[in-house]
Design a protein around this ligand. Sequence first.
Ligand SMILES: *Cc1c(COP(=O)(O)O)cnc(C)c1O
Length: 724
Amino acid sequence: METYRTEIRNHFSLPRRIKRLGELAYNLWWTWYPDAERLFRFIDQETWEQVYHNPVKFLRQVERARLNAVTYDLYYLDLYDHIFKEFDEYMKGENTWSSIDETASKFVKLPIAYLSTEFGLHETLPIYAGGLGVLSGDHIKEASDLGLPLVAIGFLYTRGYFTQHITEDGWQEARNFHLDFNDLPVLPVFGQDSEQLNISVDLPGREVLAQLWKIQVGRNPLFLLDTDVEENAPADRELTSKLYISDLELRISQEIILGIGGVRALRMLGYNPQVWHMNEGHSAFQTLERAREMVASGIVFEEALDKIKKTTIFTTHTPVPAGSDEFPLWLIDKYFSNYWTELGLDRDAFIDLARRKQPWGELYSMPLLAFRTAERRNGVSELHGHVARKIWHFIWSDLKEDDVPITYITNGIHSGTWIARRLFHLYNGYLGMDWIEHADDPEVWAKIEDIPDSEIWEIRRHLKRKLIAYMRDRARKQWLNTTVHPVQVIAAGALLDPYTLTIGFARRFATYKRADLILRDLDRLLGILNQPNMPLQIIFAGKAHPADEPGKLLIQEVYRAVKKAENGGRLVFLEDYDMNLARYLVQGVDVWLNTPRRPNEASGTSGMKAALNGALNFSVLDGWWREGFNGRNGWAIGDDTDYDDPQRQDEMDSQSLYDTLENEIIPLYYNLRSSDNLPGEWISRMKESIRTLAPQFSMRRMVKEYTLDLYVPAMKHEKNRELD
Ligand SMILES: *Cc1c(COP(=O)(O)O)cnc(C)c1O
């Protein structure tokens, strides 16, 4: 079936005994099999950190003597043989869930196409901005684990997402860089000759090419488009350089490349997907391109659309209408006036597919297009399902709101990616060696009660020490290598203490996430932080989108509080939040705080990562936490009431936050049992949290639900298959 090839160009000169490291470097499987990373780290820890966990760069830079040395190290060679045995087993793909589950094995034959603007796979691939990207990344990793044939499409952004620097005054500076793809675990895709494959799309007055790259994600490929090719005009070479550009012309061009170009890429590569899954509406033009193919083969548009709908799935993530991706009609005229004739449509019929009447005029709405061209649609939590049915009710105005055909599948997280290595081994010991393959099974997690308190607490303490050591190290490097003001070194965590109760708050700095809620009554907070014998420390991190001025002001407000001497160095802001920092934080803190303004957090996932690692959630009952919280496995901020006045909502929520901190969270943490000096009640709450949340919010549960509730029903339309 495949009409393309990739080959690992031989960059590395490795000793024979360990030469397969070169192969592992190009399959992201190593990022989520908990011991595999050590195969690189063990050779030379310092170089491994210097190249920021990029195995391709690492194998090129590491000294030959180091490589030679491990070939005489029996411990290393054992690990090497063990990991490659696991890797080979994995890649064989035998007895996967998809091949043994009765329903899945019957229907899943051809690949599922999965389209997304961002994929958060690993810190070395900065092609994601936040939660949406991490969700896509986790989804395709789990699809691989489940043996689900999935082919993903996205962008290889030449400038990636920016790195964040905070000035002394707390202002976020975005630093851009240029990625060298030869240094990344990414391979060019070739056709039969030795030319890199590319596809083309028509943009006004010109044809634009995008070349193809591939990232191997376990058993499945992710293909990435990139317009930085010589044949394109200089401005077009920049089209896919950055994520979420605000300029509408650039954005529509990107979305044409992803949607229309994405379909062309898959066809060129020989794929004929059974089902097409759009993660958010940015890729919705793909349904038009599939319709165009059918119209070209003689089917009328309406009939083509009918067929396409049946095999298309759309997941919406936006809980606020203002967050929608919409284009003014003049842009649609400019970019699509040739295209609609190819569909056999006139202007009105084409625009009607996605026409959105707003008080300020008519717009072409990408989510609307996606809703209209996908028969299966879902939100990402139960509450978000309600909200989505309400927002989009107007599309089905003859139905009651409850009957609007948008369901929900609550998000999850990929256990292998987010679990701390030591906990992975602890769970292996008590839950069974294959717990990760049954991470969605509540019975497996019931055995968490068998773990002795002292063992799990010892690992939790280790993880917090590790987080704090890492932060201090970063603060020291900043102090050594750059010209920062001393207060910035303290703000970066130099005074943190590994034995103090630690709260983490890290995510994108969008205003609805209310990072400043906990700062609302600063005097009260300072009192809490500095309580004798029961101190508290709080770590903030997160980037604001470079065009989001209110988001940047919020960072500044937090940073100003962080710099105050009165907090004793116990408020901290970490620069440059990414998947690496996220791992340290969700694994190392005691409490994970989330304070969105309801119902704006469609789901949220970072709290799930924290829960898997034994941190306790302390959050507003929005998104996933509204489903996860049972009264005993963490804490709620506020209750299920919504106030019309946002000021009043903030006031009520912040009061609730301080009260719970003072009266429940802090005393519980410092209340040690006299028999063993451990916080027994805290640990039992932690076990309750892991037991109840780890299975329910696993990516394994989520991808199985997508498969059985959305993919398989779409596959049952086999008879109506397009184009074959
Ligand atoms: C998990 C994750 C997110 C999502 O965070 P939420 O709190 O769910 O919004 C964002 N960024 C990174 C780097 C993550 O790992």
